[in-house]
Design a protein around this ligand. Structure first.
Ligand code: ADP
Ligand code: ADP
Length: 223
């Protein structure tokens, strides 16, 4: 569904990623690790068309990103759910309104019953009317997950979804992502959270990728 072939990226001449090959197949579950600054967020942005690569080819759902019109790219992006590192909520809207935003952007009416069901799934039914600044870190992350999946994407890309939460909440977020994967959604999680990766191994057959020396490697036994 998402394919990177020999992709490189640099910011202002400084090489960050080099010769990256990656395929996110339907139903896949990948972790993406690597030290801070290695380029995990950058790789996710390349995967959903937020950034154009300096070199190499990217395909989203079988179509080359190169040459896609802005509208076609917007359509592709609706098929990819993204959990941003900083959640990116609008603080003057309620949690339910924030979660519904991707729907509002399509111009279609928000399916209220589906929205309520989604909020209960992430355990936030009681906070639907809360404003984002009043939420805890774990609540924000679960709301970000709900917003990422409200359009039933085929793949979810999560950037440090457990960055600001305790181990128990980290486990809960992982369980939600695994459940989503069992229903057929491909998942890729960029994370430093090695305990989460270890515990995932008993729940799902996940591939652990690591960015090191600007390249993408398969991590293994050291975890
Ligand atoms: P990670 O997610 O692994 O921490 P990032 O992809 O966020 O890594 O960043 C990798 C490197 O690229 C960092 O050194 C960061 O400062 C730099 N970087 C990220 N975004 C930009 C940008 N828009 N312009 C210039 N440098 C950037
Ligand atoms: P242009 O010379 O007008 O940028 P291109 O066909 O090279 O025409 O690129 C069209 C769009 O695709 C541009 O927005 C460009 O940034 C982007 N692009 C360029 N190279 C690649 C690539 N390797 N993979 C994906 N997108 C690319």
């Amino acid at each position: 569904m998402i394919r990177l072939a020999n992709v490189s990226h640099d910011y202002g001449g400084r090489a960050l990623l080099n010769g990256i090959d990656l395929h996110i197949a339907p139903g896949a579950f990948h972790f993406l690790t690597g030290p801070s600054g290695a380029g995990k967020s950058t790789l996710l942005k390349l995967c959903y068309g937020e950034l154009r690569p300096s070199a190499g080819e990217i395909e989203l759902f079988g179509q080359p990103l190169r040459g896609l019109s802005r509208d076609a790219l917007a359509d592709m992006r609706r098929r990819v759910g993204v959990i941003h590192q900083d959640c990116q909520f609008l603080d003057h809207l309620t949690l339910a309104e924030n979660v519904a935003l991707p729907f509002v952007a399509t111009g279609r009416p928000v399916p209220e019953a589906d929205l309520r069901e989604l909020l209960s799934w992430v355990g936030l039914a009681g906070q639907a009317e809360s404003l984002p600044p009043t939420l805890s870190g774990g609540e924000r992350q679960r709301a970000a997950l709900a917003r990422a999946v409200i359009l039933s994407p085929e793949v979810v890309l999560a950037d440090e979804p457990t960055g600001n939460v305790d181990p128990e909440m980290s486990q809960r977020l992982l369980s939600l992502l695994v459940e989503l994967n069992r229903m057929g959604t491909a998942v890729m999680i960029a994370t430093h959270d090695l305990p989460m990766i270890r515990s995932a191994k008993s729940m799902v057959s996940a591939r652990v990728l690591r960015i090191a020396d600007r390249t993408l490697q398969t991590a293994g036994a050291e975890l």
